[in-house]
Structure formats: structure tokens, C-alpha cells
Design a protein around this ligand. Structure first.
Ligand code: NI
Length: 135
């Protein structure tokens, strides 16, 4: 099994806030991440596809194709957007790195034409990242 990674960067804003909690409880839970007007990150997205190497092409998946799939389905929708309000596949979801990661997995899992989706990783800062492998 061979693992192929495509890395993308997008800039977006978000606010961590749970509507079912009071303003005070949100501050306790999310601290400055719950500031009313939000804040931004340069998110790094890493998508890994696993599979056998195709004999004819020598590829697991053509990275040009993987790039296009990620752009069409994810980057176009999230780059320079507010993740609380502007992204169809994040509607009703608190946009933590965990939830963003799982939502991106769900968007991509049936759209990979060669190999299969192995993992999605979201790096929110240099020091914090989240990875999801589907289960
Ligand atoms: Ni944040």
C-alpha cells in the first residue's frame, strides 16, 4: 500500500460558540476563541489517498486530479470565508478543527476516483493539528 498526500492552504475565520450554552459558559469553554467577531487562521489541509500503484501510470492517484477534487469540493468553499456562516458542509457545526476535519472527510470520501481516502488532517496552528481516518 502506498500513501499519497496533497497539501493545501486556506485562510478562513471562525468563532467557537455553542448556542446551547450561556455567553459565560462559552467563554469558560472556548476562552478567546469565542470572541464575538471571530478570528482567523491559515489552515493547512492534508489529504492522504492510499492504494496500489497503477501499472500503466505509475501513480496511486494523479495528484493533478486530487488537487482538482480538493479545490472544487473544499478550497473554493472555505478560502477567505467565515466557517460559521458561509460554508454549506459546515452548517450547524461548531467549526473546531475536529469538526472541520470530519466534515471535509465526509465531503471527499466518495469523490476519490483512484485508491481510497486514507486520512484528512487539519493544522490550525503550527502546534495544533487534528487527523481523521474515517472511524
Ligand atoms: Ni481558531
Amino acid at each position: 500500500m502506498v500513501y499519497v498526500t496533497r497539501r493545501e492552504v486556506f485562510s478562513a475565520s471562525h468563532r467557537l460558540y455553542n448556542d446551547n450554552l450561556t455567553a459565560e459558559e462559552n467563554v469558560t469553554l472556548y476562552d478567546k476563541c469565542s470572541n464575538p467577531y471571530g478570528h482567523g487562521h491559515n489552515f493547512i489541509l492534508e489529504v492522504v489517498v492510499s492504494g496500489e500503484i497503477d501499472r500503466k501510470s505509475g501513480y496511486v492517484i494523479d495528484l493533478k486530479i486530487l488537487k482538482k477534487i480538493i479545490h472544487e469540493n473544499i478550497i473554493k468553499k472555505v478560502d477567505h470565508r467565515n466557517l460559521n456562516h458561509e460554508v454549506d458542509f459546515l452548517t450547524g457545526i461548531i467549526p473546531t478543527a475536529e469538526n472541520i476535519c470530519v466534515a471535509i472527510w465526509n465531503e471527499l470520501k466518495n469523490k476519490i476516483p483512484m485508491g481510497k481516502l486514507y486520512s484528512v488532517k487539519i493544522c490550525e496552528t503550527e502546534n495544533n493539528y487534528v487527523e481523521y481516518k474515517g472511524e
